[in-house]
Design a protein around this ligand. Structure first.
Ligand code: SF4
Length: 271
């Protein structure tokens, strides 16, 4: 279909349940993000096959098409076939054995072999698989410094920070506000750990989406009429161990995953 003229043209195809599963608060907010090119309509999990095909069948010939996450993934897999995985494993804190490089992603084994085939104990989502491969191909492998910084202080993070807040910190805060087991899940299901409270937060947990790219989530409970808040911090080396676009995608992917878990447990993300 031709490029939508406004957000309402996208909105009319949506489920209009405001379920929050896409990480946006409402279907209209999601439609606006699709119209502005910040999201792909296929990121709404409630679309019928017919709508998906309708949006996929006629690419807009007037504007350059961004490769889909699946296309990006295929390209990266083919690049991996030219890399010495044993050396890459040393650089990025992985293990090389049986012609496969293996490292922990959120506490689970994630591997790539010399032919670019991925194997893992978890579902292979592009939001994890693309950063995983970019980390192996281009990450500098710097040791984690222990100095936590917000996303906006990473190289290339300042301009993207408003979108990072919208796609990562705000949806994650909404989950933390209603789904109280979130931080236990992070520790017990995703191999995270509780750490001493940082920046005077009430809860601080550290997750490892990649071995040298830890992510710290700090949550402040509501107090004295003040709303709760949640901020995400990265090690100051994150922008060299991974490109900033992939750091962003990891944050957005985590927020979407936590939102889906909370919804699956019957929590309403609209409040
Ligand atoms: S996932 Fe987002 S866009 Fe899709 S129905 Fe739910 S709120 Fe609306």
């Amino acid at each position: 279909m031709s490029k939508p003229k406004n957000a309402f043209e996208v909105f009319q195809f949506l489920d209009k349940s405001n379920c929050g599963e896409c990480g946006e608060r409402t279907c209209l907010a999601f439609a606006g993000a699709v119209f502005l090119g910040h999201r792909r309509i296929s990121e709404c999990p409630r679309l019928s096959q017919e709508v998906l095909e309708r949006f996929a069948e006629e690419p807009d010939k007037n504007s350059p098409q961004e490769p889909s996450p699946e296309d990006r993934l295929e390209k990266l897999k083919s690049k991996v076939t030219h890399v010495d995985l044993a050396k890459a494993a040393e650089r990025v804190g992985a293990v090389f054995s049986g012609k496969k490089l293996t490292l922990k992603v959120l506490g689970k084994d994630f591997s790539v072999d010399e032919k670019g085939n991925l194997t893992t104990e978890i579902h292979i989502n592009p939001w994890v698989a693309v950063p995983f491969l970019r980390y192996i191909l281009y990450g500098q492998g710097l040791p984690v410094s222990g100095k936590w910084v917000p996303f906006r202080e990473l190289g290339g993070g300042r301009d993207r920070y408003p979108l990072f807040q919208k796609r990562c910190e705000e949806p994650m805060k909404r989950v933390a506000d209603v789904y109280t087991p979130l931080f236990d899940d992070i520790v017990h299901v995703f191999g995270g750990k509780k750490v001493d409270k940082q920046f005077e937060s009430d809860i601080s947990v550290v997750l490892y989406p990649l071995p040298k790219v830890p992510v710290m989530i700090c949550y402040w409970l509501p107090e004295d009429g003040l709303e709760s808040s949640l901020h995400i911090f990265f090690d100051e080396t994150a922008d060299r161990n991974l490109d900033i676009g992939s750091v962003f995608n990891l944050g957005a992917g985590l927020a979407q995953m936590f939102t889906k878990i909370a919804l699956r447990h019957g929590f309403d993300m609209r409040t």
